[in-house]
Design a protein around this ligand. Structure first.
Ligand code: NAG
Ligand code: NAG
Length: 347
């Protein structure tokens, strides 16, 4: 499947076959310059992130995250993992100042955003979205302390398959692109990040936060992937983030064709630098139970606890970095004198 837009009939067929996969919303938890996976201990980290998930989020995170968290912005209430991405920015082509582009809840076919606030949609899939993988390959949930990243802010050439952009127009997500859409997208810019699904079975992390994993993802979308190699023999759930960035708010401030693409990442990065970070934090064996049950598909199942998004939205963490990121600024957070650059004006 290139872009996942199944009919309701197809979804009904999924629900009755033996397979497991979760899809659920997580509201924004915090927006700060922190990165416990790629820059542990750095306070602040190099660039701004939009973070969702449990309230054990901190500059350094080791061990069993779920044992320290007391709430989560995710709908699955036993999921205290943290998920984060670079923040999208608009750079005004007339005066060169920056403004954050806000995330808005993804609207999946089933159930809408269910009251999520900002944030992203998370998937844990086994294989693709239509095959019974339980019979073919066992899925092992991640151990406490596990973390990984996909993509890199320093990539300037071709990014890995599974990282994509789409221009949402009139409710349609449109073609999968490897770079920012060139025109205005009246529904916003949709980004997807598929993480590697094969693990070496031992390492909670690796120096580049990726080589303990092997990426069998060869194309965009929720496609079937080849078997894991002997170097990384353990099939883990395939984690995917989807985000909708609210770019239409800036539609009056630029002219496609005349102005250069005004959207970029919080590290002054190009489209190729899109990346995402994952810190595992499910409580006990909750994720393993979900992956082992054929009836656990899409929005959960009996044994996996869910909470109302109105409850999830109350979960917060403290502002560790204490940096003003509101309004227009001459500098991106962490670049130049971002505090002196504040104008205090809002879009
Ligand atoms: C964050 O981590 C620091 C250093 O490990 C610790 O002292 C602090 O209590 C943590 N804060 C929260 C809110 O978890
Ligand atoms: C730059 O342009 C934006 C959009 O028109 C405006 O809101 C902002 O105040 C401007 N910034 C400066 C420093 O002029």
């Amino acid at each position: 499947m290139k872009s996942f837009t199944p009919s309701l009939g197809l979804l009904a067929a999924f629900a009755t076959s033996a397979q497991a996969g979760l899809r659920f919303p997580c509201s924004s938890l915090t927006t700060q310059r922190l990165d416990p996976a790629a820059q542990p201990g750095a306070l602040p980290s190099a660039h701004l992130h939009m973070i969702v998930g449990g309230n054990a989020f901190n500059a350094t995170m080791e061990g069993d995250v779920a044992s320290r968290a007391t709430c989560t912005t995710c709908q699955m209430s036993e999921d205290f993992s943290n998920y984060w991405v670079a923040h999208m920015y608009f750079k005004d082509p007339k005066n060169g100042t920056y403004h954050r582009v806000m995330p808005k809840p993804v609207q999946p076919l089933l159930g809408g955003s269910q009251g999520a606030s900002g944030g992203l949609t998370i998937y844990y899939t086994q294989f693709d979205l239509s095959k019974d993988n339980l019979k073919q390959q066992t899925i092992k949930a991640f151990p406490p302390g596990f973390r990984m990243t996909v993509g890199s802010p320093t990539t300037t050439g071709k990014q890995h398959a599974g990282l994509s952009y789409q221009c949402i127009t009139g409710g349609n997500r449109g073609t999968l692109l490897s770079t920012f859409p060139t025109g205005k997208c009246n529904g916003g810019i949709f980004t997807t990040h598929h993480f590697a699904p094969c693990w070496d079975g031992k390492s909670l992390d690796s120096p580049d936060h990726q080589s303990h994993m092997y990426n069998t993802v060869r194309s965009e979308g929720f496609d079937n992937a080849p078997a894991c190699p002997s170097s990384h023999p353990v099939r883990v759930p395939q984690v995917t983030f989807e985000i909708e960035w609210d770019t239409p708010k800036f539609a009056d401030l630029w002219t496609p064709g005349k102005d250069a693409n005004p959207f970029q990442w919080s590290f002054e990065g190009t489209a190729a630098g899109t990346h995402a970070d994952y810190m595992f934090g499910w409580k006990g064996d909750a994720l393993q139970r979900a992956m082992d049950k054929p009836e656990c598909f899409y929005d959960g199942c009996g044994s996996i606890k869910k909470q109302a998004m109105s409850e999830a939205n109350k979960c917060t963490v403290k502002d560790f970095v204490r940096e003003n990121i509101e309004g227009w600024s001459k500098f991106l957070p962490g670049q130049g004198d971002s505090m002196a650059g504040m104008t205090g004006m809002k879009a």
